[in-house]
Design a protein around this ligand. Sequence first.
Ligand code: NAD
Length: 478
Amino acid sequence: MYNEKLEFLIDGEWAAASDGRSHPLINPATEEQIAAVPCASAQDLDRALEASGRAFLRWKKTTAAFRWAVLSRAADLIEARKPMIARTLTMENGKSLREAEGELQFCADATRWYAEEGKRAYGRVIPARSLDVRQTALKEPVGPSLGFAAWNFPAGNVTLKIAAALAAGCTIIVKPSDETPGTAVAIGRCFHDAGVPGGALNIVFGPSAPISEHLIASTIPKKVSLTGSTPVGKLLQKLASETLKRCTMELGGHAPVIVFDDADLDHTVNVLTAAKYRNAGQVCTSPTRFYVHENVYEKFIDRFVECSRKVVVGNGLEDGVQMGPLITGRRLGMMDELVQDAVSKGARLALGGERIDRKGYFYAPTVLRDMPDGARAMNEEPFGPMALITPFRSFDEVISRANSLPYGLAAYVFARNGSVATAASEELEAGVVGINHTSVHEAETPFGGVNESGYGAESGAEGLEAYLRTKMVTDKRI
Ligand code: NAD
């Protein structure tokens, strides 16, 4: 049973859409409608804007210790409600319950991290050129903020924005993905029930383009944070430029993996298959282009295919399921197109490459070998359970091929030789690099892309900094 009541949070009240508009919410594992998502009208959005502006005047005056107490309670509530929220998350997004619970634990950890880090929004005293002057650089909250979040980590993507903004003393309006609204509502209830005052956190849903245009055009918010695709990032940055709002852009990726010939192959394959099929490959940091040294190429493929074949696909609510469906039916067509294009350009299908014949948007774990660099999948973010494998011969060659796309989010290196691995990590155009593992995002570590994967970071000290601005006060004794 889907248990979340879908409603907006505006000015501290849970509310229905003022004009009653809604659209259906579909469970991707069953294709059944499970709820109706309310759509915000211009009037709803204006109420949220006005409330976040008003609440900012009070919230920015609270102490970091007060905000720590509120956020710590929110983290405890997320942890306590984990089993319940995980079911909602799985029914909306499709990932397994185990993955959903892991994501929610990350949310609790990240909220605690930001609660603590809010106490460390230090400024600095800068030695002055004269003894009767004191120069102080102060950190202030940047202002009311806007957060737009993707559906692939329905809890994590919204929590990182809410917790960072609130810890820094900002208020925030969140527009989560309409594919996964109940998870965002459930997370919102944790913050609301923990004592976040009315207007400091607002949540709205509805058609993305008009909502983002309306919210970003307002002069009330001073910051935009997006977790989403690169095309939407470019669009929102243009909109934000009209009022010169600061942006954090967490955008798409196309992660290269370099497997050198001295890598521990069993470890490498185990780690990479787990990472590849996590959330059915719908992860911005998903290992995607596998560059494998020619000396271990056949061995790697054999083992990778063997492990991929064992992945248990099904409804994430069922015991033992490791990989769920794709988020929408449209994505199945995209997977087929990418496979056909790759094969027509010379790639060979080693596994999968087809939909699974059952209700729900299921696509088989897919391994394509001998991928030509010009295939569409090697250049467009596939965002699905698809491993694209190609051989390489030399260090310089592989670095240049790995760096050939405009993206620069995650990259991975597998090698026993530490010098080679370090050299590769230094050369790769990426915001985060994993050496011999793929866990590149923790609550305490900065996470973000470079180039067309965006800029700015979430998590770590940088994640708090993103919601702060600097005020320089120079004070002359008279
Ligand atoms: P998307 O770009 O379609 O939507 C992201 C969010 O932007 C949604 O909440 C959507 O409602 C909102 N949005 C605002 N204005 C919009 C507009 N005019 N048109 C469309 N959406 C608008 O992305 P998605 O399909 O939800 O998520 C998948 C993408 O997100 C992938 O590219 C993935 O790599 C990326 N992603 C990046 C990170 C990261 O941290 N870098 C993390 C997760 C996902």
